[in-house]
Design a protein around this ligand. Sequence first.
Ligand SMILES: C[S@@+](CC[C@H](N)C(=O)[O-])C[C@H]1O[C@@H](n2cnc3c(N)ncnc32)[C@H](O)[C@@H]1O
Length: 204
Amino acid sequence: MRKPFSQACENNRGPICQILERVLADKNTILEIGSGTGQHAVWFAKKMPHLHWQTSDRIENHSGIKQWLADASLSNLAAPLTLDVSQFDWPQGKYDGAFSANTAHIMSWPEAQQMVCGVASMLADGGIFALYGPMQYSGVIEADSNRAFNARLKAQNQQQGIREFNDLNALASSQGLILCEDNPMPANNRLLVWQKANNNISAC
Ligand SMILES: C[S@@+](CC[C@H](N)C(=O)[O-])C[C@H]1O[C@@H](n2cnc3c(N)ncnc32)[C@H](O)[C@@H]1O
């Protein structure tokens, strides 16, 4: 199989990394959900050597991710876990960070909900969840390009679609994740950052 390549990853990795470097500065173990090609993982693990970056995805993407990991040969980057959010046995409190890019609109809404709930259960207290992608706010998709993208998603699969920020955040909040940041990103994307609260750590 040819090594997969995503131009979008090349374009967005820099702006995403600038924020991750700040919010993950004191974190150690990160689980990425839906690693895709593996390009983000390679870039972020290289730029943040203090992190142990665990890739994951559904099995069909593993061979591509492994090719990127083999070429990068980084000691802080781990081979992909088989992780479908609808079936995964989330290890309680094992990670202090989670990252996912461009997944919530590809998953069905029940799957996106399972991702948020699973991440909340898996994070240690004070842990960070960073979610990147296009969002809609109070039912409005602002950018023309995102409205067209949403229409294409729905035409190919009715279950897919750009997710509502308020729904995601209400669910996250019900699971103990406190919204710390909603960052505007290039190409009409957002990077949402939640922190798992506990009694001793005031979130954010
Ligand atoms: C558009 S790709 C994004 C890949 C990569 N994160 C990026 O930004 O380029 C969507 C990813 O979500 C993953 N995905 C879709 N449904 C999933 C599910 N139920 N559980 C876990 N991953 C899922 C796909 O396998 C794919 O890797």
